[in-house]
Design a protein around this ligand. Structure first.
Ligand code: ADP
Ligand code: ZN
Length: 624
């Protein structure tokens, strides 16, 4: 495409053509973080690996170089929905973009191929399995290729949670096209995955650009699981009424039940899991993406490649497998930088269940050990009484301020700790005296002195530990038990399901040599009393957008207009305008096209297509 001469919004000291393209095509005034360095490097023909959190702005890192370099940028992307939405967004901005995947008819694909060969495309998104066909490799060999971008590059990792066998074959890119720059991008940052990406994609020696993984606009909260469905309903209705969100569950049955329960409570919720038929699944996904304020209840099958920028919350009703998975899943909230929540309900049964799944899996011992280690790290995060963000970033090798983040539950409402030595001793002796063959429920029955059938059957009412814990209630004991498991003094027995046995470290506790501090559990969410967010962020966003506060009528009118345009053009609403752009218009109320052009998100094409209508809307809502 031609590089426009427009130089509005340009900060001094940066190469003019890069900035003018950023400004005229994407309507953005400047770069974020490492973007500028990465774009310069790739535009000059360099290879690199980019590690940036979700919402960090990875797309620009290959889209801009593709526009600046001669030829067409080839983007390898694992999901059809993602390609479709990205291309829709690019077309809106006037970029010559297309997809090549299995959704095209033969004739459509032939037309795209012809455009590629004719030099009529800036960006082409290709599914990996398609790219690997001899026909496609041959086609690329005859075309002028500006660069290869491998998105979601962690899919090459066999250790990872998103492994895609087709990605392994992508090593062919480096072999066949050694002179074309390659940029691999991912939001998964652990070392093992990094190494595999570098190996498989031939990036040894290429620079790595690592952005901070912090997502300051996401508020982390992990609550003690009591009655998860009720807790979830309260969380949504009190803090995110009318917002779009994702709820993750482990099983298909739980997905169905949860979606039904939310619907019954008047929350618009749709299920998504691999057991639904394909049409229903994609319909639910499309509604979630295209409409405002839908909650999708899903297994982890949902989410990768979902680009929706205005997901306001991600809730977990079950424990994910690792911190990586937790971070990736919660990272789907708030891509647009506006305040969002990551909320999880977690209890002892989650640890026991995940452990059992690992023990019973068919994997090799080494794999199981790695998996248990990852689970333990996540449990550590759930149990920590310190800043969750600091803990998360620390896990990814980043140092955060020791003062805490002021945007997680532990920082906003520090948990109370109590000396739990005696409680721990009672629990551990109870497990020991009953032969280390029983689960939480039975141990608590014995402690509080409940004469159940089982207690009598095993004669546990005759033991010295019977009834020694009457001073506390069942809920308190359950929380203490969970924390002892998390601390590693008790451990689920791999052989006997549900049974808890003592570990090496338990001896120190029983002898009184080891300190045990326990968290005092408070019912429900500790943040309930904290600021409640209305439908559309009445809090100023962390990224500095102003929110709708002063101009609800104008925001409403802009949103209604956007829905209508999106519906007519069959694209997601956010492809027409982002929430942040709508907020920008509402805040600065432009009266001329020139003023409108100054708002982030309004590039030349959007100005041309929508400028007059938007100005008319602003004028019509002047008195609001
Ligand atoms: P990622 O692929 O890393 O998850 P995206 O490329 O989708 O992130 O970008 C996330 C959001 O950030 C998008 O809404 C995008 O428009 C916005 N964005 C990216 N770069 C910039 C920038 N330099 N200035 C302002 N907004 C940006
Ligand atoms: Zn914090």
């Amino acid at each position: 495409m031609s590089v426009p001469a427009s130089a509005a919004k340009r900060p001094p000291g940066l190469a003019p053509d890069v900035l003018s393209v950023l400004n005229s095509v994407f309507g953005l005034p400047g770069f974020r973080g490492e973007q500028e360095k990465i774009i310069g490097h790739v535009t000059n023909g360099g290879n690199c690996l980019v590690l940036m959190p979700t919402g960090g702005g990875k797309s620009l890192c290959y889209q801009l170089p593709a526009l600046l370099r001669e030829g067409c940028g080839i983007v390898v992307s694992p999901l059809i929905a993602l390609m479709r939405d990205q291309v829709a967004g690019l077309l809106e901005a006037g970029v010559k973009a297309a997809v090549l995947n299995s959704t095209l008819t033969f004739d459509e694909a032939a037309a795209v191929e012809a455009r590629l060969l004719a030099g009529d495309l800036d960006l082409l998104y290709i599914a990996p399995e398609r790219l690997l066909t001899p026909r496609c490799l041959n086609l690329l060999g005859r075309a002028k290729v500006a660069l290869f971008a491998i998105d979601e590059a962690h899919c090459v990792s066999q250790w990872g949670h998103d492994f895609r066998p087709e990605y392994i074959g992508l090593s062919v890119i480096a072999e066949r096209f050694p002179d074309v720059p390659r940029i691999a991008l991912t939001a998964t940052a652990d070392d093992l995955t990094r190494k595999e990406i570098i190996d498989r994609l031939g990036l040894a020696g290429a620079p790595r650009f690592v952005a901070s993984f912090d997502r300051p606009n996401i508020r982390y909260e992990i609550v003690d699981k009591q009655n998860a469905p009720a807790q979830l309903k309260a969380f949504i209705s009190e803090r995110h009424a009318g917002d779009a969100g994702i709820v993750y569950c482990l099983s298909r049955a739980k997905v169905e039940d949860t979606a039904a329960a939310l619907t019954k409570a008047g929350i618009e919720a749709l299920p998504y899991h691999a057991g639904l038929d394909a049409r229903m699944r994609s319909r639910n996904q499309d509604r979630f993406i295209n409409e405002d304020g839908i909650v999708i209840v899903a297994t982890v099958a949902f989410g990768m490649g979902i680009d929706k920028p205005d997901v306001r919350f991600v809730a977990h009703l079950d424990l994910p497998k690792s911190i990586e998975a937790y971070y990736q899943e919660t990272g789907r909230a708030g891509r647009d930088g506006k305040p969002s929540s990551a909320w999880m309900a977690y209890g002892l049964s989650d640890i026991v269940q995940q452990r059992r799944m690992i023990e019973e899996s068919s994997g090799a011992e080494a794999f199981k050990r790695v998996s248990i280690g990852k689970l333990d790290a996540l449990v550590g995060l759930a149990e920590t009484t310190n800043c969750r963000r600091t803990r998360l970033l620390g896990y990814f090798g980043e140092k955060a301020s020791t003062a805490g983040c002021a945007n997680c539950d532990n920082c906003l409402s520090p948990p109370k700790l109590r000396d739990g030595k005696v409680m721990a001793q009672k629990l551990l002796s109870c497990a020991y005296r009953t032969g280390q063959r029983f689960g939480a429920m039975h141990l608590i029955d014995v402690l509080v002195g409940r004469l159940t059938e089982r207690v009598q059957q095993f004669g546990h009412d005759k033991l010295s530990v019977f009834g020694i814990g009457r001073e506390l209630n069942e809920k308190q004991w359950r929380a203490a038990l969970r924390q002892l498991v998390a601390m590693g003094h008790l451990q689920p027995d791999a052989e006997a399901f549900g049974a808890l046995k003592l570990t090496e470290t338990a001896r120190g506790v029983l002898k009184g040599e080891t300190e045990v501090m326990l968290r005092e559990e408070t019912p429900g969410s500790r943040l309930r009393a904290s600021r409640t967010r209305s439908r559309r962020g009445d809090l100023a966003s962390a990224s500095g957008t102003s929110g709708e506060a002063g101009h609800p009528a104008l925001v409403g009118a802009l949103r209604a207009w956007r829905s209508e345009v999106a519906r007519k053009r069959s694209v997601p609403a956010y492809v027409v305008l982002h929430d942040a752009t709508i907020d920008g218009i509402a805040a600065s109320r432009p009266m001329t096209l020139h003023q409108l052009r100054d708002i982030a998100g309004i590039g030349d094409k959007k100005l041309e297509h929508y400028g007059d209508e938007l100005i008319a809307l602003v004028k019509a809502n002047r008195t609001a």
